[in-house]
Design a protein around this ligand. Structure first.
Ligand SMILES: [Zn+2]
Length: 580
């Protein structure tokens, strides 16, 4: 392919709307262009990368015996109402009413569609196990589309579904997909970590997320510095430190002091109150009010901790949890926002985080403007209805498995696997008959990979000041041939010769035949990140020498013109080897 004939608009400047490095580089390297918020076009180079990622996924899925299908993007809303997820997805769902006044959904995922298909087509245990997958565009009306294709409203996903007659079967299917995912992410050149995850709106019990470690990642993962424990922030379990439980846990307060009201004028945030009172934030209790199914609940966590809403929805067994606004707070506590506390609160369920079992004589909001209580003790000054782990893990916590210290890192969720069980086969009544003609529910698993997100995640892990450094398996072209002086006939002839040789050998090569300065060619080649650059300069050519640069190591060598093909083949081989 000749560069002059390719739609490849590179940019020198950083686009104003882009924050994440992958977003910036995808635009600058001419891979994507934005149409509207969270919606992108893939240009030829971006499309080539996307297709390569898809091919890797296809190969690995097919290798595990999964069968490819293509399910519809348009789905009747009624199907989603039957599974109960129409409500659960809420405004994330893109819907439309057709000309027959029927409500439809643009598929954000396909559990409902595939389960209804399998229910109709599979009736005997002999037809199982079955793993079906597709690579397709999904739609989610993200509240805040961000980071280019990383969090967009239209994106490409590979979704797979397994169907088994029993739980042992599901375990096997799950393991197959887990293994396939590890191979896929490795081949895409990603440093990743499978972590224990919350099952969220998908339902089911066991789940792992495949996290790509990246500074700009929106997700947080907690991992042990010693053992192999790793979990997403929403899931990571907080354990109490191994010191004797004091006070409330044993029913007695060791150092009981009189509860006392004190003025905290103009300070309400934990940090400000702690500073004002010259104590550490661990001495404070934060009271966060929510409305659960129309009823108020108060969540208490230590001042230096944050509420984990995912854990909270499990504890409260609800999907309908709304944080109280100023007006609601006033209604519940009779006090202003920023000074809420559990003492004297009537008709409100109080849930306390387990860490509050250790400590006494707390500082808490008094439900009055500019006022806090000090020396508050749980059980004496107010009652807790329910104790639970409802906070995010921190680096001061310890590993729930081995008690060593925990490290928190940013990451991008690139894949997610779930053991769904019978959540969807129950709601759609998908059964099979066994050997004895007895009917039983089909057991399901589901497995997703964000294809477009892999491309972005890959750039987040593989770039430098000059641009992208593609892993060899998903680069748009393996090599670029650059004659530096477009007016020098011998350079052009040599470039054409090398280009033909590489092309004939099956190497994906781009011929930079543009009539532009050498500096622009160098900059663009680094920006786009071709793994191998073949540079044809006048002076070297006079000595029958060609320069070769390997992008990821910046290794430069001069080779004889006749040896370019072999050198390129050898380098590609090495890059593949190092990718494994
Ligand atoms: Zn550990």
């Amino acid at each position: 392919m000749k560069w002059s004939e390719l739609l490849l608009p590179t940019l020198k400047e950083t686009p104003a709307e882009a924050e994440a490095i992958s977003h910036i580089l995808m635009i600058r390297a001419g891979l994507i262009r934005k149409l509207t918020s969270g919606v992108y076009s893939y240009l030829p180079l971006g499309f080539r990368v996307l297709k390569k990622v898809e091919d890797i996924i296809r190969q690995e899925m097919n290798d595990k015996g999964a069968q490819e299908v293509l399910l519809p993007a348009i789905q009747p809303a009624e199907l989603w109402m039957r599974s109960g997820r129409f409500e659960a997805l809420g405004e994330d769902m893109i819907t439309f009413t057709d000309r027959h006044k029927k409500l439809n959904v643009l598929g954000p995922t396909h559990e409902e569609v595939i389960t209804s298909l399998v229910k109709n087509e599979v009736s005997s245990y002999r037809q199982l196990p079955l793993i079906i997958y597709q690579i397709q565009t999904k739609f989610r009306d993200e509240a805040r589309p961000r980071f280019g294709v990383m969090r967009s409203r239209e994106f490409i996903m590979k979704d797979a579904y397994s169907f088994d007659r029993d739980w042992e079967g599901l375990d096997k299917s799950y393991q197959k997909m887990y293994d396939a995912y590890c191979r896929i992410f490795n081949r895409c050149g990603l440093k990743f970590l499978p972590v224990e995850a919350d099952t969220g709106m998908m339902g089911g019990d066991t789940s792992h997320e495949f996290m790509v470690l990246a500074e700009n990642g929106e997700d947080r993962i907690a991992r042990c510095k010693k053992c192999n424990y790793a979990a997403s922030m929403t899931k990571a379990e907080c354990v109490l430190p191994d010191i004797p439980l004091r006070a409330q846990a044993s029913g007695q307060i060791l150092d009981s002091r009189e509860i006392e009201k004190m003025k905290t004028p103009g300070v309400s945030s934990v940090r400000d109150v702690a500073e004002f009172l010259k104590v550490t934030s661990e001495k404070l209790i934060k009271t966060i009010l929510y409305e659960k199914d129309g009823k108020p609940v108060a969540i208490l966590v230590r001042g230096d901790h944050d509420v984990n809403e995912t854990k909270l929805t499990h504890v409260l067994k609800t999907n309908q949890l709304v944080m109280a606004d100023e007006k609601m707070i006033k209604n519940i506590t009779k006090g202003p926002m920023g000074f809420s506390g559990p003492v004297g609160l009537k008709g409100v369920e109080i849930i306390a985080d387990l860490s509050l079992k250790q400590g006494e004589n707390w500082i808490i909001g008094a439900n009055e403007a500019d006022t806090h209580f000090k020396n508050v003790n749980i059980g004496r000054d107010f009652e807790v209805l329910h104790w639970a782990d409802v906070r995010n893990i921190t680096e001061s916590d310890t590993c729930p498995k081995c008690n060593e210290s925990i490290e928190i890192s940013s990451a991008i969720e690139a894949g997610h696997v779930f053991k769904l069980g019978t959540k969807y086969t129950d709601s759609l009544e998908a059964d099979i008959l066994d050997e004895k003609g007895k009917s039983s529910r089909i057991i399901m698993g589901c497995y997703g990979i964000g294809v477009t997100r892999i491309v972005a995640a890959c750039i987040e892990q593989n770039y430098d000041d000059h641009g992208i450094i593609w892993p060899i398996e998903i680069c748009p072209f393996q090599a670029v041939v650059m004659p530096l002086n477009p007016d020098h006939d011998a350079s052009i002839a040599e470039a054409q010769k090398i280009y033909n040789q590489l092309q004939d050998a099956g190497i994906e090569v781009l011929f930079d035949d543009r009539n532009v300065r050498a500096g622009i060619k160098f900059k663009d080649a680094d920006l786009i990140g071709f793994p191998i650059q073949i540079i044809i300069g006048e002076k070297s050519l006079a000595q029958n020498l060609i320069e070769m640069k390997v992008r990821n190591t910046d290794d430069r060598s001069k080779i004889k013109s006749g040896e370019v093909l072999n050198a390129v083949l050898q380098n590609i081989k090495n890059l593949y080897k190092n990718n494994k």
